[in-house]
Design a protein around this ligand. Structure first.
Ligand SMILES: [Zn+2]
Length: 356
């Protein structure tokens, strides 16, 4: 962090009324941040409607998911807090390039580590809003354990070791490129090691509404989908819906999903009036038919998995057998049979649970 950036960052925290720990020496409190300034270093911002942005990682740092930035009359709401305290702090810094208003609210659309493991950087007077199930999972350590965490984060040491081995065997440009990759992966590993899962401070069971200046902000739970506590953030006056991973630009991860219920939950989104979707991963889009496409995919996947489960086929074999290529037009890269085994393991787990 350069000295200039440290000043801006400290001012962000001062703007929030509380100074929390900062790696740089504390600057004096007279630093002025009168207007947005500078260029973002880790994110690119896409403004879909006035004052409503998607922040996507665009720098060296691994940030995980997208975030939403909603600039209200006197304050800011951030939707999702990224994968590490470093990533969350980087967003706070980069947000200063588009507004000088203080961040007062953060939403966790769900408990996945890439959406909620930056929570710890926010001072106590920032409200972190989620579904009650999301809070419960984070409070009980579920965001830092389990199948998904182990698959993505638990494998980091092995991935680093594997990369180190390939560097020793390579040379020239290839070696230099891998060394850069290694540096990034090591930094990412160090950053996720700093995570202290921090539960949201405000929860809802079905809905919660904020009125900020002239803007209405609805936090809505329509049922289980990508996880047990998916909340969408709906801005009715702006026509924008922030969906977390209930909808992504491509196929969402299904390892903790409720694949059949997800279809019904998506159906509820169709009652809302909006022009823009800001998804948890991938670019913002306007095509509402993508909801139908995901529903069709989930239904087909579920039905094929149920049939194989009934025949007593194991999850691995079922994953190799299931053919989703009929959906290739809407979800590129489906050349033939075979799906991510994690999705099938998850569906079989749900089926076994219900049978018992
Ligand atoms: Zn997720």
């Amino acid at each position: 962090m350069s000295r200039f950036r440290a000043y801006v960052f400290a001012a962000v925290l001062l703007g929030l009324g509380t100074v929390s720990s900062c790696a740089e020496p504390a600057p004096d409190a007279t630093v002025e941040v009168d207007s947005p300034r500078g260029e973002p270093t880790q994110f690119e911002f896409t403004e879909v409607m006035p004052g409503i942005y998607q922040a996507r990682g665009a720098g060296d740092m691994t940030v995980g998911a997208n975030a939403g930035v909603v600039i209200n009359e006197t304050d800011v709401l951030l939707v999702d807090s990224h994968i590490s305290p470093a990533a969350a702090s980087a967003l706070l810094e980069d947000v200063r390039t588009i507004t000088d208003k203080p961040v007062r609210y953060v939403a966790n659309t769900h408990w996945h580590f890439d959406h909620a493991h930056g929570n710890q950087v926010y001072p106590p007077d920032v409200e972190i809003i989620s579904h009650e199930a999301t809070r419960s999972v984070i409070a009980n350590g579920g965001s830092k354990s389990g199948r998904s965490y182990e698959a993505f984060i638990g494998t980091l040491p092995d991935r680093i070791a594997a990369l180190e081995a390939t560097i020793a065997e390579s040379e020239g440009d290839e070696q230099a490129e891998r060394e850069t990759q290694l540096e990034r992966l090591r930094a990412y590993h160090a950053q996720v090691e700093e995570v202290v899962p921090t539960p949201p401070t405000t929860t809802l069971s079905e809905r919660l509404t904020l009125h900020r200046g002239g803007r209405e902000i609805q936090f809505l739970f329509f049922g289980r989908a990508h996880t047990e506590g998916d909340v969408v953030v709906y801005l009715p006056g702006d026509g924008v819906l922030l969906t977390g991973d209930m909808l992504t630009a491509g196929l969402p991860y299904m390892g903790d999903g409720f694949v059949d219920e997800w279809v019904d939950t998506l159906e509820q989104l169709k009652h809302l009036d909006f022009q823009w979707i800001i998804p948890g991963h991938g670019e913002p889009y306007q095509d509402r038919q993508r909801i139908d496409h995901l529903q069709a995919y989930l239904r087909d996947l579920w039905d094929q998995a149920v049939a194989l489960h009934r025949q007593g086929v194991g999850a691995e074999e079922a994953a190799a057998t299931i053919d989703m290529s009929a959906h290739a037009e809407h979800f590129g890269g489906i050349p033939g049979a075979g799906v991510n085994p994690v999705a099938v393991v998850r569906i079989f787990e749900l089926l076994d649970r219900r049978a018992n």
